[in-house]
Design a binder for this molecule. Structure first.
Ligand code: SAM
Length: 239
């Protein structure tokens, strides 16, 4: 397998169709699940469901609360991240918005989307919530209107998109993601690439998008010298 294959839809569809590759089962790349990120991403997700108008982030919350889409997991593959995040929200707040806002997983492999949809139909943890999976090439769309999403998650997807160094594709994906954010919305990127290089890629995509977005922080997730992983956090300006 050469690095370029990670960028092609054919590679991923063949992989998701391969019985040796855990077909029909969920799998998290880098062995990092929503549970491992819950302390960081959980409070940000919950912020948009806040019912208390008197906290210090009141202005931001008002915009986040009005977003129709709670979370998009871009390049969701067969990861349980989206459904785990929705289940976390259901377990942690009683906001009436829980059943109104949409959680969307997108991927350019139709096989992954179909599998996720089949697994979702048997998932009772997120029953009555608006969770769905859609087919989309993130270079063009992530399945939501511009300025409509509170949180976008890239979990190992940019690492696949620019595997052979294709900066243009990576910029296009970042641009689509940040344009979809509501003002005050968050873009998270989980990567195994050097954090400085990934930050540069994302900042280039943000410039291409024309959207005001700042780098909030980079969180180191492990001390593995061979494959360190980082979570990069960006936030669209409240405007
Ligand atoms: C390394 S896997 C990560 C899967 C999942 N996010 C996880 O953490 O387990 C990369 C995923 O990105 C998807 N992908 C790659 N390029 C894409 C693109 N241009 N648009 C949408 N999905 C893409 C692939 O089909 C694959 O499912």
């Amino acid at each position: 397998m050469n690095a370029k294959s990670f960028e092609s839809e054919e590679y991923w569809t063949e992989r998701y169709n391969d019985p040796q590759q855990r077909r029909g089962q969920l799998f998290d790349w880098y062995i990092i699940s929503f549970a491992k990120l819950a302390d960081i991403i959980g409070p940000v997700l919950l912020q948009q469901f806040a019912v208390d108008d008197h906290d210090e982030n009141n202005a931001t919350n008002a915009i986040l609360r009005s977003s129709p889409v709670a979370l998009i997991d871009v390049g969701c593959g067969n990861s349980p991240f989206l459904t785990d995040a929705a289940a976390y929200v259901k377990a942690h707040c009683r906001s009436p918005l829980i059943n109104e806002k949409v959680f969307i997983g997108t991927d350019f492999s139709e096989v992954a989307v179909l599998e996720q949809s089949q697994l979702l139909s048997r998932n009772t943890e997120v029953e009555n919530m608006q969770v769905r999976f859609t087919h989309a090439d993130a270079r063009m769309t992530i399945g939501a209107e511009e300025s409509s999403v509170a949180v976008v998650m890239d979990k190992a997807t940019l690492d696949a998109v620019d595997c052979s160094g294709n900066e243009e594709n990576a910029s296009a994906v970042v641009s689509t993601c940040v344009k979809s954010l509501v003002p005050g919305g968050y873009f998270f990127s989980l990567t195994c690439r050097p954090a400085a290089r990934r930050t540069e890629t994302i900042l280039r995509g943000i410039t291409t998008s024309g959207v005001q977005c700042e780098h909030i922080s980079t969180v180191s997730l492990n001390n593995d010298p061979v494959s360190p992983s980082h979570l990069l956090i960006f936030k669209r300006s409240a405007e």
